[in-house]
Write a protein that binds this ligand. Structure first.
Ligand SMILES: [Zn+2]
Length: 200
């Protein structure tokens, strides 16, 4: 009866279960390592996204609480160029000019007049290639007829003086001397940017 326990046939069976246990432990360890690797890769990018989302929201809120532009407070989009008040001049189809035009050589860098959040980098029929930045007080800053955009995208933060694009004649300015059309919109209405811009 006791001879049964020393049955030589039970040994390979034991070896097999030991081997399969080792194998299953190894497989579990490998899966754990893979999971750790994946989490290690994913977690930092998730927390970065959360961080940039929180920063963007905070920036939006702080922008809205800042004061609207006041007289002679804004940097010129083309600081080297002479400014002329062309607000209200007649335009095609009974429109009046809702901004000012500042002329410069094609390709001259155009600078953000305020800090803010880029809300549009794209085209429209009249403005051609345009950039819109939402600045202090929620004012919209509209730059049109660009030759090209700077390396910016919607939701990017810009500081006053950052390059947002380059002077051109896109849109309905095609064939006219290259210039930037600069407009300011407060609560949806255009206001004259000329008094608000710094003059030297
Ligand atoms: Zn214009």
């Amino acid at each position: 009866m006791l001879a049964d326990s020393s049955n030589p046939q039970s040994k390979p069976k034991k070896r097999l279960t030991f081997l399969s246990r080792v194998l299953s432990v190894l497989i579990k360890a490998a899966i754990l390592l893979m999971l750790l690797f994946v989490f290690d890769r994913l977690l930092p990018s998730i927390s970065q996204q959360t961080q940039s989302f929180v920063i963007a929201k905070w920036q939006q809120l702080s922008l809205l609480q800042q004061e609207l532009p006041t007289e002679n407070s804004l940097l010129s989009p083309l600081p080297e160029q002479h400014l002329t008040d062309t607000w209200g001049a007649a335009r095609s189809q009974g429109r009046s000019h809702e901004g000012i035009d500042i002329f410069a050589a094609r390709g001259t860098p155009i600078r953000a007049t305020t800090q803010g959040i880029v809300s549009k980098v794209g085209g429209n029929t009249l403005g051609g290639r345009v950039v819109v930045v939402v600045g202090p007080g929620g004012a919209g800053h509209y730059y049109a007829h660009l030759e090209d955009y700077a390396d910016i995208s919607p939701n990017d933060w810009v500081n006053a003086g950052d390059i947002i694009g380059y002077v051109g004649d896109s849109g309905n300015a095609k064939g006219t001397p290259p210039h930037v059309h600069y407009g300011i919109y407060i609560n949806g209405s255009a206001v004259n940017p000329y008094p608000l811009l710094q003059k030297d």
